[in-house]
Design a protein around this ligand. Structure first.
Ligand SMILES: Cc1cc2nc3c(=O)[nH]c(=O)nc-3n(C[C@H](O)[C@H](O)[C@H](O)COP(=O)(O)OP(=O)(O)OC[C@H]3O[C@@H](n4cnc5c(N)ncnc54)[C@H](O)[C@@H]3O)c2cc1C
Length: 471
């Protein structure tokens, strides 16, 4: 099968756009999680027409097809659990149009998030969803996971900025959903496809909403001796009606790890810090800074710093954006939890994560899109110690259960993929999951697109996935 498949794919895209050597299959067998499965072949289409031909072939032969951007997802979303074709979009990477009058950018799915930001910046515009992975993650992948990022507190996540998409379905048919203009009639299929994790179709063209950059911004660092005080400050700032551009929380261990690889200027002796950015009209910022400072003081802030230059601001943000990478430098295998709680439950959630770490005797370092109540406890373990790995997985499950118990959810932005299929049962009623399965069936009755993801297996015990733990 594999030989004929490669021959047929080569006819569609040319041999320079097909990879099938073992070393290539291994390279595409993992993403940013700890699982690994070999695909049969990797193919790099350049156009919608090529994607269509590939999907017609996959559909005819009933071969799984997994859309892949940069493979940075943290939920196992691009692991080819049933083998088949990886459709990599990195060669569909053209920015087709930027129109500031209409506030639209039209792009191919393989455009890297930061490349779009860099193209927009000289025009005084930006695209708000800014995942910390923006140097490498693609706009198609951001849509696949409905990505968030630090600036999404004020501006909202990816789903707010996708106006329309061209999508190739499992049988090779092309549909268009949404539009260039506002308010399109009919069912909102656009909403259905955003966050669908490559299971309903492959987006080949994206119409995105772009907005003017704020006139000015100020970046503050608030340093706390007690982590829960920092969580309470977040809750109080939002309750006071202030919505900063971003509000990120990092605990002491995270600051220590970051300072080992990025010279961000974070304190290493404080229990936690808040990195807060206010943005808007220049005259309004001083008032916001004063109000936020006052709330931080009420919550026993030890020290408040305000970045005095672009270099200082960039250093503070480089620390936050480098958080996952810094942890990977000292301990490559770790689990990234992505639970979300209502903002006023943040202090309680941070306390609970501390208790879970103690209970399972695992090291957890915390970073959070705090303003959104989106926690990212990173649970470190020794890959050569099965007991430790088991404890880390249990700690991750307990963290998600705790988020659900507090009225939260199992994913703020990283999706379900393979990692959280089991937790779907805790989050949703069987009827909710059955409704989602029906939607999948309508668009992809043969389960061609990214099979084996998101839905918990119908058997009670989740099927074990062969896995090699590396980050
Ligand atoms: C260091 C680091 C920091 C991160 N920080 C953040 C963060 O701040 N916020 C955040 O939300 N995430 C973050 N992530 C997770 C990850 O970067 C995001 O999920 C990102 O959106 C994935 O983009 P990608 O191009 O790598 O997509 P991939 O990982 O390749 O794919 C993700 C999913 O989308 C599907 N997909 C890909 N392309 C298409 C397409 N064209 N059409 C349909 N489906 C498609 C795939 O099948 C898969 O299910 C981080 C990851 C890392 C490693």
């Amino acid at each position: 099968m594999a030989k004929n498949l490669i021959k047929d794919l080569t006819k569609i895209v040319g041999k320079e756009n097909v990879l099938a050597d073992l070393k290539d299959l291994i390279s595409y067998s993992y993403d940013a999680t700890m699982r690994q499965e070999l695909p049969d072949v990797i193919v790099f289409p350049h156009s919608t027409a090529e994607v269509q031909e590939i999907m017609k072939l996959a559909h005819r032969e009933k071969i799984p097809a997994v859309p892949r951007g940069a493979g940075t997802n943290l939920s196992g979303g691009t692991i080819p659990v049933k083998g088949g074709i990886i459709l990599e979009t990195s060669r569909m990477n053209r920015i087709l149009e930027i129109n500031t009058a209409n506030r639209r950018a039209v792009v191919e799915p393989g455009v890297v998030n930061l490349d779009l930001q860099n193209a927009l910046a000289p025009l005084g515009y930006f695209y708000p969803p800014d995942p910390a992975s923006q140097k490498s993650s693609t706009l198609g992948g951001n849509i696949g996971e409905n990505a968030g990022g630090p600036m999404c507190l004020r501006y909202g996540v990816t789903s707010k900025y996708v106006c329309g998409m061209e999508i190739v379905l499992a049988d090779g048919e092309v549909i268009n959903t949404g539009d260039y203009v506002e308010d399109y009639p009919g069912y909102d299929l656009r909403g259905l496809f955003i966050g669908s994790e490559g299971m309903l179709g492959l987006a080949t063209k994206l119409i995105l909403h772009i907005i003017p950059k704020p006139e000015a911004s100020r970046t503050m660092l608030a340093i706390f001796d007690h982590l829960e005080d920092s969580g309470q400050a977040v809750s109080d700032i939002i309750s006071a009606g202030i919505i900063p551009g971003a509000m990120e929380l990092l605990d002491q261990k995270m600051c220590q790890v970051i300072e080992q690889s990025v010279n961000a200027g974070y304190p290493t002796d404080a229990a936690g810090i808040l990195l807060i950015e206010v943005a808007g009209l220049a005259d309004t910022l001083e008032k916001q800074v004063q109000e936020i400072s006052e709330i931080c003081r009420k919550n026993k802030v030890r020290e408040l710093r305000i970045a005095q230059s672009n270099a200082e601001r960039d250093a503070l943000w480089a620390g936050r954006r480098g958080a996952f990478g810094s942890v990977a430098r000292i301990c490559p295998p770790y689990i990234v939890c992505d639970g979300t709680v209502p903002r006023n439950k943040l202090p309680e959630a941070l306390r609970k994560v501390g208790e879970i770490a103690e209970k399972h005797k695992v090291l957890i370092v915390n970073v959070a899109h705090a303003g959104d109540g989106n926690l990212h406890p990173l649970i470190l373990f020794d890959v050569n110690n099965p007991e430790e790995e088991k404890a880390a997985k249990k700690a991750s499950e307990d963290t998600l259960d705790a988020c659900i118990a507090m009225g939260g959810t199992i994913s703020g932005e990283h999706g379900i993929g393979l990692e959280k299929m089991g937790a779907m049962r805790s989050m949703f009623d069987p009827s909710d999951i059955a409704a989602m399965r029906k939607v999948k069936h309508v668009f992809d009755p043969d389960d061609i697109f990214n099979p084996g993801k998101m839905f918990p297996p119908k058997t009670e015990t989740p099927q074990p996935i062969k896995g090699v733990a590396t980050h």
